[in-house]
Design a protein around this ligand. Structure first.
Ligand SMILES: [Fe+2]
Length: 358
């Protein structure tokens, strides 16, 4: 396709000479006899090169050049300044404003065409660069929107898995308490208190969540204890206690194959261990017991003592707090006891009464 030139010069002879020479060289040539006409033509046409005289009345060549270089749609058009020998300073100024080259009157056809060809080659290169830049921008936009979509999908999957996990944990929790109406809601309340204690201890979120879930399941092993024993009024025999005492191990066996992100089965196994080794089933001591199990152990005792049991009325929260205070450091982790006392005495902690049934 023929390249399209715009020749802008108020001198008719120059304009005709230049236009004829360019037409003979095979270009399509348009011309403007003043700056205003040039601006009008630039508004409605796509030119490949503008040949521009600087000294014109009213709208001069500098104003035309300024307009071209400040306009996004025109900026890439090469502008070749038409100048006289004595115009060195103004040519320098125009090159500073973005003009590509200059030709001196009278025109040397060979030099004129060489300069136009060089300008066209530069314009072509710029156009290719611009096309590549746009392609890369488009690709990046596409990539960004795919990443956003996939992140959204992953977030939705994570949320639905979290809901499924919570639902499964609550269902398991409900199964054991369904058989034992006297302790209905016990695990939920233990989980509530243990979670509040873990937050008060400023444990990491991961540990807090492990404590919350393990609290909801800590007595799941009682599913294997006959309900006559669980709901028996009056004191229980040693034999009956022996059966109840299997529940941490049974709970561990039920949960050990579930791949929770937290050591739920081991926490459940250890929730009746005491730091002096007097607990069960393994008589673990001190740091051999998981911190999560120690926190749940304290919450379990406080909740159980402060509620009615088939074999006794509620002992009240004060007696429960006295019990953990007396055995602080022997049976119970001191830090867990301290935060539990703080919660009840200074922070008005109350069990959620809506959790009587789960
Ligand atoms: Fe228990």
């Amino acid at each position: 396709m023929k390249a399209k030139m715009l020749v802008v010069d108020d001198d008719k002879i120059n304009r005709v000479l230049l236009s004829t020479s360019l037409e003979e060289a095979g270009y399509f040539v348009d011309s403007a006899e003043n700056g205003q006409q040039a601006l009008d033509k630039l508004g409605g046409n796509a030119y490949d090169v503008v040949l521009l005289d600087l000294m014109m009345p009213e709208v001069d060549g500098f104003q035309v050049l300024d307009h071209i270089k400040k306009n996004d749609g025109l900026r890439s058009i090469p502008v070749i300044i038409i100048s006289s020998e004595e115009d060195r300073e103004v040519v320098a100024m125009s090159i500073g404003m973005g003009a590509t080259d200059h030709i001196t009157k009278p025109f040397d056809p060979l030099l004129l065409h060489a300069r136009i060809n060089a300008s066209l080659a530069t314009k072509h290169l710029h156009e290719q660069e611009e096309a590549h830049r746009k392609e890369i921008e488009e690709y990046n936009r596409h990539l960004e929107s795919r990443v956003k979509e996939q992140t959204k999908d992953l977030r939705e999957i994570a949320e639905s898995l979290q809901k499924a996990l919570d639902g499964s944990v609550h269902a398991l929790s409900w199964v054991v308490e369904f058989r034992d109406p006297y302790t209905a809601g016990h695990q939920k309340r233990v989980s509530q208190l243990a979670t509040a204690m873990a937050k008060e201890m400023k444990l990491q979120n991961n540990l807090i969540e492990g404590i919350r879930v393990s609290g909801l399941l800590h007595d799941i092993g009682k599913i294997c204890v006959p309900s006559e024993i669980l709901s028996k009024p009056g004191m229980i025999s040693d034999l009956e206690f022996g059966i109840i005492a299997t529940h941490p191990q049974v709970g561990y066996d039920i949960l050990k194959t579930i791949e929770f992100p937290w050591p739920v089965a081991r926490i459940v196994l250890q929730h009746h261990e005491r730091i002096d080794g007097s607990g069960y089933p393994a008589h673990l001591k001190g740091d051999d017991i998981l911190l999560e199990a120690k926190v749940i152990g304290v919450a379990d005792v406080v909740e159980a003592m402060s509620r009615h049991r088939p074999y006794r009325p509620s002992l009240g929260i004060n007696m429960a707090l006295d019990e953990i205070s007396k055995k602080r450091g022997s049976h119970y982790e001191p830090m867990a006891v301290d935060v539990c006392l703080t919660l009840f005495k200074d922070k008005n902690f109350e069990f959620d009464t809506s959790s009587a049934k789960i």
